[in-house]
Design a protein around this ligand. Structure first.
Ligand code: BGC
Length: 665
């Protein structure tokens, strides 16, 4: 087929081209050009088959760990693997573009979609999203970077305006998009909300930043039904509206005829939709499924293994083979493994995979493993079912494991959570079990922070399972029994309570969400103001022990190389994520106490030593200056801070930056 340009199309065709075809396709203009098929992600493929009689059926697919769990791996290789495996799922189902990943910042732990997002930190979110996109696109399936931008709550998301100052936008909310754009996603999706009063779908300034500053060269989609005025959106640079909306299309045609929008303006969008169609056609030719379903399940398992976080362990884990274990809580063996997932457009239909932690523990243990669901959850209500049996089992066992959490009833697109605490039935369950067994382990299935204040001190161990996907039970069983050494770390702070969060009490009504806390998001806030937290950003325990030493900082003109030696001093093989933060010591603008600038996950056999190496440029020291409308690294003193978490600082070194030259002090 000859490749068409906008010159080959009539005005009517171009108007049609920028308005999509149905829910999940770009128009092919009567077979004149390749039709592009898009489907949801990011956790697995959620493809809808729409039949002629109107029936809609979701295709079963592999459920990978939710993005929060992926981020807890702190491993770009894991993100790349997930992208690669997802590409196979897409190829098998004739999907050209996966509507993923989303890089919105976790500003508020109650956001109903946090499980779909990476982190409270823009560098971690951007870096992992970039690897995810690279994985997907290297296997010739397109990515769609979403939701652009400042969409950080579900509450009234279609109308509410995020009111954010320019510096905060640049440093926190736009930053992950900037980093992810380095992977050249073929498309991006605007958010529903307004930004400083202007709809994301009509945000000329936002689209200009994305294209001209971040180098985005793909097609820009609307979020589904996010367009209010197709003409205004087209003028701003929104290339294609999804799904097809007859009224919006008719109005666009009318506006065009009345001269309210020019042919050049339509051309700019139409040209990018054409370019997308041909880019996808070229990718299609190179596609080949590279992993079997079993191999993709193994990817899901590897990601779950690395994404599960051991939050607390007072000697009870790993379980000893001969110990008798009492498992309770319906999350241990939900009827469908999609129950240990969040809800909404990212919810995968999982068929044929059984999520049964007690059964897997039985395979691994010699001691008896009892299981009693004891409660189940619907909405915010949890109901008890034979709790006394579970309590008796706990009393009679060496170790009690209570599996609690949220699931799609409490965490879902379209609404936010009402509170950070677990339903009281679950909290009571933990307390009752812990009262009967000192060696109680809580396993948490959730996609966003949980306030554990009511029971955290009463139990011996806490494992953050997250929404760990269809292979999560296998990963958990291996971690609980010590076959796999836990290596996940928190990609978001777990605060003590909602009242302690930087967004508590901050102005919000149906029209406006004021981001008054500015740069003080997540650990930037807790660490600057010394607020105690339950578990800090970057925290995660291991069965191994790691010793940090020999920090070497080499300054050469405008770069800084940092090396640190990490030794596994234990008898257990493990993995450790070394985090590099920068702490400005003396500055003339406000800066958070410290900010993550790099990280590195090392696999270390028992007794092994390895060096983590980081290369920093001036960019790592810069802030967005509203004085010069650009990035700027001020002369002054900075501290290189090496941590095992944002609150477990192992080594530091001071350097000076003067007229673009770094020197070690
Ligand atoms: C969500 C998007 C999703 C789209 C298509 C919207 O409601 O915000 O993330 O890709 O629906 O399902």
């Amino acid at each position: 087929m000859k490749q068409l340009t906008v010159k080959d199309l009539s005005a009517e065709e171009k108007l049609r081209l920028i308005c999509s075809d149905g829910r999940w396709h770009t128009p092919d203009l009567g077979g004149k050009l390749p039709r592009v098929a898009v489907s949801d992600g990011p956790i697995g493929l959620r493809k809808e088959n729409i039949y002629e009689d109107g029936r809609v059926e979701t295709v079963p697919a592999i459920s990978y760990p939710a993005v929060q769990s992926l981020a807890n791996t702190w491993n770009a290789e894991c993100a790349r693997l997930m992208g690669e495996a997802l590409a196979d799922d897409c190829i098998e189902n004739d999907v050209d573009i996966l509507l993923a990943p989303g890089v919105n910042i976790k500003r508020d732990p109650l956001n109903g979609r946090n499980f779909e997002y990476f982190s409270e930190d823009p560098y971690l979110a951007g870096t992992l999203a970039k690897a995810y996109i690279e994985g997907l696109q290297s296997h010739n399936v397109g990515a769609c970077l979403k939701h652009y931008y400042a969409n950080n709550l579900e509450y009234n998301r279609l109308e509410q305006s995020s009111e954010v100052d320019e510096r905060t936008l640049r440093e926190i909310y736009l930053k992950p998009f900037e980093i992810a754009c380095e992977a050249k996603p073929v498309s991006a999706m605007c958010a529903y909300n307004r930004i400083n009063g202007v709809y994301a779908s009509e945000n000329t300034k936002g689209f200009r930043i994305l294209r001209e500053e971040f180098g985005f060269d793909g097609a820009m989609y609307s979020d589904w039904e996010a367009v209010r005025d197709r003409t205004a959106a087209c003028k701003a640079g929104l290339d294609i509206e999804f799904p097809f909306n007859q009224a919006n299309y008719d109005k666009l045609v009318e506006d065009f005829k009345a001269g309210r929008i020019s042919e050049e303006e339509v051309d700019a969008c139409a040209a990018r939709v054409l370019e997308l169609a041909y880019r996808i056609e070229a990718m299609r030719k190179k596609r080949k499924v590279q992993r079997t379903k079993e191999e993709r399940h193994a990817v899901a398992r590897r990601l779950a293994e690395e994404g599960i976080v051991l939050l607390k362990n007072e000697g009870v884990l790993p379980l000893k083979k001969e110990e008798r274990v009492a498992v309770s809580g319906s999350f241990a063996a939900p009827e469908r493994c999609s129950l240990v997932a969040g809800g909404g457009s990212s919810m995968v239909r999982v068929d044929g995979t059984v999520f049964d932690l007690p059964a897997l523990l039985r395979e691994r243990m010699r001691g008896e493993v009892r299981y009693e669901a004891a409660f189940w959850t619907t909405g915010i209500v949890s109901n008890c079912q034979k709790p006394h049996k579970a309590f008796m089992d706990a009393a009679e066992s060496d170790v009690a494991i209570v599996c609690v959490g949220t699931g799609a009833d409490l965490e879902s697109e379209g609404g936010d959570r009402e509170r950070l605490r677990l339903p009281s039935v679950q909290e009571n369950m933990i307390l009752e079990v812990a009262r009967r067994n000192k060696r109680t382990v809580v396993v948490l299935f959730a996609g966003s922070a949980i306030d554990m204040g009511a029971w955290q001190d009463e139990v011996s161990a806490i494992v953050w399972a997250g929404f760990c996907g269809e292979a999560g039970a296998e990963a958990l069983a291996d971690i609980l029994t010590g076959r796999v050494c836990p290596s996940g770390k928190l990609s978001e702070t777990l605060p003590l309570c909602y009242e302690d969060t930087p967004v508590f009490g901050i102005y919000k009504d149906a029209c406006v969400a004021r981001y008054q806390e500015g740069l003080d998001v997540g650990y930037r806030y807790y660490d600057t103001y010394g607020i105690p937290v339950a578990f800090p950003f970057g925290h995660g325990l291991s069965y191994a022990q790691f010793d940090y030493s020999a920090l070497k900082v080499k300054c050469s003109k405008n770069t800084v190389q940092v090396r640190v030696l990490v030794e596994n001093t234990s008898k257990t093989d493990g993995k450790e994520t070394v985090q590099l933060y920068i702490r400005p010591v003396q500055t003339f603008v406000y800066r958070p106490e410290k900010e993550l600038k790099d990280f590195c996950k090392l696999a270390l056999k028992a007794g092994e030593k390895k060096e983590a190496v980081f290369d920093l440029g001036e960019k790592a020291f810069a802030y967005w200056s509203t004085g010069v409308d650009g990035w700027r690294a001020d002369d002054g003193l900075y501290e290189i801070v090496i941590g095992a978490s944002s609150r477990d600082i192992r080594l530091t070194a001071k350097i000076r930056l003067e007229k673009g030259v770094f020197t070690l002090l």
